[in-house]
Design a protein around this ligand. Structure first.
Ligand SMILES: [Zn+2]
Length: 267
């Protein structure tokens, strides 16, 4: 078990599990097969839906589904046009709203999305829904879950086994391993890494909503409302960039987002 997992790690490292995140171009590691994550995600998604109250009618659920359809279609054609269609290969998009006052939303691998009714007042309208939808879909497209799991598993396995595995390799190779997996840094490495993911999802999400024809200029105000008391779940609180950093970043990315928005409006 341990040995086969080690082989998986080494195999992943040597044979192409290093890929680039769409949009940002950041190099990342994904050691787990996405197809396995998607099948795990399908099971837990269905379990979640059967144990929660799914909203089946009304304007809010219609808005979530309409927004989800628009974003997923545009994102898929953008990725396919840019030779990154593999990022959505096998996705079976699904958008659901559950009756729960928690301010939350998420997207599992494979495009399985849930909005909680508690986030709808913070969204206010469909463009606000698109801010959240873009951000959550971005986490899935960027395979942040795979990256985090890969990192977690490597940490569990520990630096000792990995060092042994690369003992016959050069100092440079060992350094690459150590850097890639954050070995020896443990907790310190996880937190900024997570903030990096949140920031990356913000940037990708901003472009995605704009590509789908939603005005990206509503995003800074949405995140301000969220930080002013909306978000009390881990996804929207603990690991996110500070509000001022986030707004500054959004404004930095805004000109490019507006280009996408204008192109979408002209279609
Ligand atoms: Zn997030």
């Amino acid at each position: 078990m341990k040995k086969s997992f080690l082989m998986l790690l080494i195999g992943g490292m040597l044979f192409g599990s290093c890929s680039k995140v769409p949009v940002t171009g950041r190099k990342q590691l994904g050691l787990l097969p996405e197809s396995e994550l998607m099948s795990m995600s399908l099971t837990s998604y269905n379990q979640f839906l059967s144990s929660n109250k799914v909203v089946t009618s009304g304007s809010e659920v219609a808005m979530v589904k309409r927004c989800g359809d628009r974003l997923s279609k545009q994102i898929t054609s953008y990725l396919q046009a840019n030779k990154m269609g593999d990022r959505v290969a096998g996705f079976k998009w699904e958008f659901n709203l559950v009756d729960d006052k928690t301010v939350n939303a998420w997207c599992m691998p494979g495009g399985k999305i849930v909005f909680y009714t508690g986030i709808m007042p913070v969204c206010r309208d469909e463009a606000g829904v698109a801010v959240v939808m873009g951000h959550e879909i971005a986490h899935a497209i960027a395979r942040h879950g795979n990256e985090r799991m890969s990192q977690g598993l490597a940490q569990q396995l520990g630096g000792v086994a990995l060092s042994a595995a690369v003992a016959n390799k050069s100092q440079e190779t060992q350094q690459l391993f150590a850097t890639a997996y954050g070995i020896g840094t443990q907790v310190g490495a996880m937190l900024p890494f997570s903030r990096l993911h949140e920031s990356e999802a913000d940037e990708m999400g901003l472009y995605f909503m704009a590509m789908a024809g939603y005005d990206p200029r509503v995003a800074p105000a949405f995140w301000q409302r969220m930080s002013a008391g909306g978000g009390k779940t881990p996804e929207f609180l603990s690991t996110h960039p500070s509000p001022s950093t986030r707004i500054a970043n959004l404004n930095k990315w805004m000109p490019k987002a507006i280009q996408y928005y204008n192109a979408a409006s002209a279609r």
